[in-house]
Design a protein around this ligand. Structure first.
Ligand code: NCD
Length: 325
């Protein structure tokens, strides 16, 4: 089966209008997105990196938080599928003149938007939007809740490097409590059969996750030899209400991934970091740029994942009444 055929058959089986989180997706749906992304990864290797799949569609990026790679990645993914894209900048919009968020979104919809990609500091904003507009909604990060496409690209990177997810031991390291990336990863990894370890200082690792079958550990050096994958999360200073550890240097002493810690792990330990990375806080420059690091593979895979999600959801638009051609 060719790459395009594969994506077409995945789209025919896809039933969801929105991608709001991974908690509600089945293992089969997650695998369908990963498989579709493999088809689109091939497009990026061509000299002309464009397919006509979303020609005539309009994709709006609504980002209410700073973002470099996620916003750019969604924009490029939409362009590679031949969609028209428009970035909406909250600070330069009528929201600053008192217009409500829903009114702004309805105006954007009236301009013909088919898909809205939204990042917002308040958890649940994409879900609210989905109730008030008819467009397909993609959650690009809602507060500390979920960031589905980031977790999907993490899984794609693991699956490409190891050939599977099932049976692997994956450690999420650091600020689990404030991390939407951690939440989405936990849901997806558990559904696909990985063993998930959450490691960080007690103040940054909520206990409730043990009920979902995660192992909670506070000593990184104890757990390192068992891990196949180490996903290094950024300390979410902007989401912390007060100091949850004594100092950054203390955090780094116990939890920063260094060359010495790489040596404690398996030789083929796969090191992921969603970015932005803080060299010298969560990981050293040698580790970030070293042979175990798949950080730039994650960025490349992110494009394929976002193409896959846009493609699958756009197939559903045709099934909806308002958008019937
Ligand atoms: C993540 C995010 O925004 O949640 N980054 C990203 O999507 N590129 C992780 C982070 O900010 O630490």
């Amino acid at each position: 089966m060719t790459a395009t055929n594969h994506a077409e058959s995945a789209a025919a089986a896809w039933t969801r209008k929105h991608l709001l989180g991974l908690e509600e997706l089945s293992a089969e749906e997650i695998t369908a997105i990963l498989d579709t992304a493999e088809s689109f990864a091939e497009v990026s290797t061509r000299s002309r990196k464009k397919v006509p799949a979303l020609q005539g569609r309009i994709v709006f990026n609504l980002f209410f938080e700073n973002s470099t790679r996620t916003r750019t990645s969604f924009s490029l993914a939409a362009k590679r599928l031949s969609a028209d894209t428009q970035d909406f900048t909250a600070s330069a919009s009528s929201l600053s003149k008192g217009e409500s968020f829903i009114d702004t979104a309805r105006n954007i919809e009236a301009m013909g938007a088919d898909i809205m990609v939204i990042r917002h500091p308040t958890p649940g904003t994409p879900h609210l939007l989905a109730q008030h507009v008819d467009c397909a909604i993609i959650n690009a990060g809602d507060g500390a809740h979920e960031h589905p496409t980031q977790a999907l690209l993490d899984l794609m990177t693991i699956r490409r490097a190891r050939g599977r997810i099932e049976g692997l031991t994956v450690c999420l390291l650091g600020d689990i409590a404030h991390s939407r990336v951690a939440r989405s990863n936990i849901h997806a990894l558990k559904k696909l059969g990985a063993h998930v370890i959450l490691c960080g200082p007690p103040t940054l690792v909520p206990r409730g996750w043990e009920r979902f079958g995660c192992e909670v550990v506070h000593q990184l050096d104890e757990v390192l030899p068992r891990c196949d994958v180490m996903n290094v999360l950024r300390i979410q200073f902007e989401r912390q209400q007060r100091g949850l550890f004594p100092s950054v240097s203390e955090y780094s002493q116990f939890y920063m991934m260094t060359q010495d810690r790489i040596r404690l792990g398996k030789p083929d330990l796969l090191l992921l970091a969603p970015g932005p990375i803080n060299r010298g806080v969560e990981l050293t420059p040698e580790v970030a740029d070293g042979p175990n690091s798949a950080i730039l593979d994650q960025v490349a895979n992110g494009l394929a994942i976002r193409m896959a999600v846009l493609y699958l959801l756009s197939g559903r638009i045709d099934a909806g009444s308002r958008h019937r051609d």
